[in-house]
Design a protein around this ligand. Structure first.
Ligand code: XMP
Length: 512
């Protein structure tokens, strides 16, 4: 296995992801507990992550000496390079302007780190992010790659098999980075590619059993892939100790509730409590048009309904959530600075403190596409696994302004047609998320010989890797024309359709 020592970088999980993609088992441990983890895991290789600290500051993080003493190969990235240099007798200087962004690395000499990927004399794009820099290499090191501002962009000690980079090979902005990480784990450390989703599933099932013992777990299903995969996995681990609750707030898309109930009751035979709370939610939302008030109202009611159901189960000690890695990153500020709430997403936090339950989060280390792979491994139907994400507050945040049942009905119809056209065009899987928004704006139109005065419907579709940034999807005009015509012809209450061409940032994916 590989041990990844986390020095606090925002992208440490991407290192783990690349190692998993190379078919090798790895664990991330924060630098504070890395020594124990190293002793326990006995990894064949170690990767040091980047991090926000400066090695020049007193008390800044260091790697455990045992790692150096053991003789295992090390790949040290960014901050990792600096602490390795400092700990091995090199020099690091602070006070340089922080450099961030694309750079070209020029290869000066061969190394197994980039064998078969980069050639001596070539220049290749990489993603740099650093403040301090190494000014003197430790004994035994040579420079094999430089960039304009980073004379030690890649420095290695082939004898001890220490490889250090000032850039981040784990991010997509270093296009060949994944291959470098593969070289490290396969060729340098010598691990075979035998870690699969099937292995992950077994590992997680063990972990869940150890955590839960004979306790009871309650899991809220949202209709999305994440909570469904978490629930199926946990059910496989502990069977009847799990109760799933699906709170239908009346803000689902057409057919969504039926699909979830069908999947769990019929396909898996997993007991499911289906709470029809549409009246409760829509009643509380009547007249509410402020987006944050909508979210808070829904979040609060959700907790109340869920708590009531949890009581009926009779003292569940654990709450299962389908939290993914990007959710964790978005809700934790690693920089130490104050982070601004853009929207109060309610799928993380809230419940556990209030209900004094421990969290079971088997997907916490995974990215969306890995969750889908795990879902396939667990036998979830393809149509379910491939579903676009759907927000907890549902259609409430796709009806700007106040929400009525009529508006929800109109929106559901438009949304169904839009998605139908997308599927017919074979575009569903190319898009991260696509949906219709019903605007609180009416415009004048003419249909046949009549004047109309109806709602505007906005269509949105974006591509994204993790929902944190997104680009609008470049439909061709023919497609948009077809979708618009069908919506206007088939949905009473809409007489105009517009397409949203805003990316994120500056827009968000949802309209509220
Ligand atoms: P935004 O609109 O913030 O959305 O760009 C990013 C992703 O998160 C989803 N989203 C939510 N999911 N509860 C959720 O569970 C929420 O309150 C919520 N708000 C947005 C959104 O659909 C997109 O996938």
């Amino acid at each position: 296995s590989i041990l990844i020592i986390d020095f606090g970088s925002q992208v440490t999980q991407l290192i783990a992801r690349r190692v998993r993609e190379a078919g090798v088992y790895c664990e991330i441990h924060p630098f504070q507990s890395a020594a124990e983890a190293f002793a326990k895991l006995k990894p064949k290789g170690v990767i040091f992550s980047g991090g926000p600290a400066s090695v020049c500051d007193a008390g800044s993080p260091r790697a455990p000496q045992a790692v150096f003493d053991s003789g295992v190969p090390i790949l040290a990235i960014c901050y990792g390079q600096q602490t390795l240099a400092a700990q091995q007798g090199g020099k690091v200087e602070g006070g340089h302007a922080r450099e961030f962004g694309r750079a070209d690395v020029e290869i000066k000499a061969a190394s197994p780190l980039f064998a078969g990927v980069w050639e001596v004399g070539g220049r290749y794009p990489v993603w740099m992010s650093h403040g301090d820099r190494v000014t003197e290499l430790p004994p035994g090191f040579v420079v094999v790659g430089t960039s304009e501002n980073a004379p030690f962009a890649i420095a290695v000690d082939e004898g001890r098999r220490y490889y250090t980079t000032m850039f981040h090979p784990e991010v997509v902005h270093t296009p060949d980075g994944a291959k470098l990480l593969q070289n490290f784990v396969h060729k340098i450390v010598g691990l075979k590619s035998d870690w699969t989703m099937a292995a992950y599933r077994r590992e997680m099932i063990d972990k869940i059993r150890r955590q839960v013992g004979d306790g009871k777990v309650i899991c809220g299903l949202s209709g999305g892939v994440d909570s469904a995969v978490a629930a199926v996995l946990i059910h496989e681990a502990i069977g009847e100790q799990l109760t799933c609750v699906f709170v239908d707030h009346g803000l689902m898309r057409a057919g969504e509730a039926e699909q979830v109930v069908g999947l769990f009751r019929d396909h898996y035979n997993i007991p499911l409590v289906h709470v029809d709370a549409a009246d409760l939610f829509l009643g509380a939302l009547a007249g509410v048009s402020d987006p944050e008030t909508k979210r808070k109202t829904i979040g609060k009611l959700f907790i109340e309904v869920f708590e009531a159901e949890a009581k009926k189960v009779g003292g569940a000690e654990f709450l299962a959530q389908g939290t993914l890695y990007p959710d964790v990153i978005e809700s934790v500020s690693f920089s130490g600075g104050p982070s601004v709430t853009i929207k109060s997403h309610h799928n993380v936090g809230g419940l556990p403190e209030r209900m004094h339950m421990a969290l079971v989060e088997p997907l916490r280390e995974l990215f969306k596409d890995e969750v889908r792979a795990l879902g396939r491994e667990l036998g979830l139907p393809e149509a379910f696994v491939g579903r676009h994400p759907f927000p907890g507050p549902g259609l409430a945040i796709r009806v700007p302004g106040d929400i009525t049942r009529d508006k929800l009905d109109i929106l559901r119809k438009a949304d169904t047609i839009y998605l139908d056209e997308i599927r017919k065009a074979g575009l569903y899987d190319k898009i991260w998320q696509a949906f219709a928004v019903l605007l609180p704006v009416r415009t004048v139109g003419v249909m046949g010989d009549y004047r109309t005065y109806d709602h505007v419907c906005a269509l949105r579709a974006v591509t994204s890797v993790d929902g944190m940034t997104a680009d609008f999807f470049p439909f061709d005009m023919g497609f948009l024309g077809r979708a618009a015509t069908r919506i206007i012809n088939e949905v009473n209450g809409i007489n105009r359709v517009v397409y949203d061409v805003t990316s994120k940032p500056p827009g968000t994916i949802e309209w509220e």
